[in-house]
Design a protein around this ligand. Structure first.
Ligand code: TNX
Length: 557
């Protein structure tokens, strides 16, 4: 693969908010007159958001049974009732954190009484049917009560994400808004198609601070994404403190693409991210990319280079030129110590060891390297995750191994080789799932080596059948990677993620039977007021019939 040349130093890529707004306005114009969408009143000139609809939830639930004419209204005196101990209380506290700012209501959390559902909202960790499994939920909305049932805190949390989308969009606002706070009546029973729904953020090419990562976690959780893969090291930067090898962060983390100041996370900051993710039922998957993509480490420690000479720090965007020295013993001590410290910071089951684009490592050395490193991961009690190049026939299987497919083809011998030996696959085909690809030739940000990815391209594929020789049973899930060669600010991240991220999230969660582009584009349109209330500057794809932005006058066709 090749990364297309960037248009200049990253400073020039820094977004001017006005430019983003202008671009968004321009792309809205490209789409022609804004159409009324689900959830919007269709009288020209006065687009007013109506109550949300049970049919607009993203990802599409397994079963939706609206109860026409029934509406629940959240009152100022409403309480959140919980049953199921700490796990249910924690989700209730999270829900109050979402709803108190916009409703202005107190929403006290208290134990649910036995018997009939209490008025208000109940989060119950019992009585959900086994079919909802360990991530699903059942939601019942009547005129008197909202009752969420699940078998785990994660199931309740996922149900709360659905409930959020059933409230008016202004419920997402950070300031008090006028009611009424209505929820449409009916029943939703829901559980995921795939266990793993992921997003990846490359904090190596451009460093992104803790608060940005936390907000990204908040946003991906709304769409029931449950893993955030952090690409913590690359040629341009090493972003996590390793006590035994301190120059990795202090020197290796001191720059980034385009030559900015870079940065790194202290262990306390990293643990803060992990804990924040856990509160949103998101598992952090840390990646240390090796043996290639390692210039920042090689620059920090001369002894990791075969010739013993440290290269300079690197701020460009080429790939495939660096390699840890696979024939030196110290390399293996280095990797073992790094993985040991990383494992200690990782409650989740995976350590991602990269393994992509190791063109500067001879293949026999690559295989020998991986065959020594994979057992280090299992010795830490973790499972290996790696880009699909680790599927090479001469790289041994290791228990619980997951290969992440990022290719462009509909079959891949490395993936089939890994799968035939028991590996599971996370699907991130670069021409479908890469959030750093441009939407169209005019997109200010992003690359195009894997193609242009409009919303429909991101949506119209099936992770369960995409790769020949990889049955759905071998697919653990999907992941949408955001590489950051051109992505500098939080605004940049949001613009590239929305609206494609919800499309990938739906592929990971929803039953295939719900897959329908025409229906999806309407449901996506209905999310726009929500993103606006959340302060997300999204790409107004001409493929989506967005409602007119609040306050604007809808053009007549
Ligand atoms: C390929 S995908 C890479 C990254 C780049 C990305 C840019 C993969 C495993 N490697 O090093 O950042 O393309 O889109």
């Amino acid at each position: 693969m090749r990364v297309s040349a960037l248009s200049g130093p990253s400073r020039r890529l820094r977004p001017v908010r006005a430019a983003v707004v202008a671009l968004m306005a321009a792309s809205a114009c490209l789409g022609g007159a804004p159409l009324a969408a689900a959830g919007t009143e269709r009288s020209p000139g006065k687009p007013r958001p109506l109550a949300a609809s049970m049919s607009d939830v993203i990802p599409a639930p397994v079963s939706v049974r609206p109860d026409a004419g029934v509406t629940f209204t959240l009152r100022p005196s409403a309480r959140i009732h919980t049953r199921g101990g700490q796990a249910a209380t924690a989700v209730a506290t999270y829900l109050t954190g979402l709803l108190r700012p916009s409703t202005g209501y107190a929403l006290p959390v208290q134990a649910a009484p036995r018997g009939a559902p209490a008025p208000g909202i109940s989060l119950l960790l019992d009585a959900a049917e086994p079919a909802v499994g360990d991530q699903g939920y059942r939601l019942d909305v009547t005129g008197a009560a909202v009752v969420l049932r699940a078998r785990t805190g994660t199931g309740l949390f996922n149900g709360v994400q659905t409930l959020r989308q059933l409230l008016p969009a202004r419920a997402e606002s950070a300031t008090v808004q006028p009611g009424p706070w209505t929820v449409p009546g009916g029943r939703i029973v829901d559980h995921p198609r795939f266990a793993y729904r992921g997003a990846m953020l490359d904090v190596a090419r451009h460093f992104h601070p803790v608060e940005t990562v936390k907000r990204y976690i908040d946003r991906i959780a709304l769409y029931k994404i449950n893993h955030l893969h952090l690409h913590l090291s690359d040629d341009q930067g090493w972003r996590i403190v390793v006590d035994g090898w301190p120059r990795l962060a202090t020197y290796g983390g001191s720059t980034q693409v385009g030559g900015g100041p870079g940065g790194h996370y202290t262990k306390a900051q990293y643990q803060d991210i992990v804990a924040h993710a856990a509160r949103r039922h998101v598992t952090i998957v840390p990646e240390i990319d090796m043996p290639g993509h390692t210039n920042a480490a090689l620059a920090s420690y001369a002894e990791l280079n075969c010739d013993g000479v440290a290269p300079p720090l690197y701020t460009g965007t080429a790939v495939g030129f660096s390699s840890l020295c696979a024939t030196k013993e110290i390399t293996y001590r280095f990797v073992a110590e790094v993985l040991d410290e990383l494992a200690a910071l990782t409650p989740g089951p995976y350590l991602h060891i990269g393994g992509d684009e190791a063109s500067a490592t001879p293949h026999d050395q690559y295989a020998a390297f991986m065959n020594r490193v994979q057992p280090m991961v299992t010795a830490e009690g973790k499972a290996v995750m790696g880009w699909h190049q680790i599927g090479a026939a001469d790289v041994a299987h290791s228990p619980g191994r997951v290969v992440q497919y990022w290719g462009l083809t509909a079959s891949d011998p490395l993936v089939t080789s890994a799968v035939s030996r028991g590996a599971k696959v996370v699907m991130s085909p670069a021409n479908k799932a890469y959030l750093d690809m441009k939407y169209n030739p005019q997109t200010r940000l992003g690359l195009d080596w894997a193609g242009l990815i409009e919303v429909r391209t991101a949506y119209d594929w099936d992770p369960g059948t995409y790769l020949a020789g990889v049955p759905a049973a071998s697919v653990l899930g999907v992941e949408a990677p955001m590489w950051t060669e051109t992505i500098v600010t939080e605004d940049d991240i949001e613009y590239m993620a929305f609206p494609r991220l919800p499309a990938i999230a739906e592929l990971g969660w929803s039953p295939r039977s719900t897959h329908d582009w025409e229906a999806f584009r309407l449901r996506l349109a209905a999310q726009a007021p929500r993103w606006t209330a959340m302060g997300i500057g999204f790409y107004r794809s001409p493929q989506i019939p967005w409602p007119a932005p609040a306050g604007s006058v809808a053009a007549r066709p």
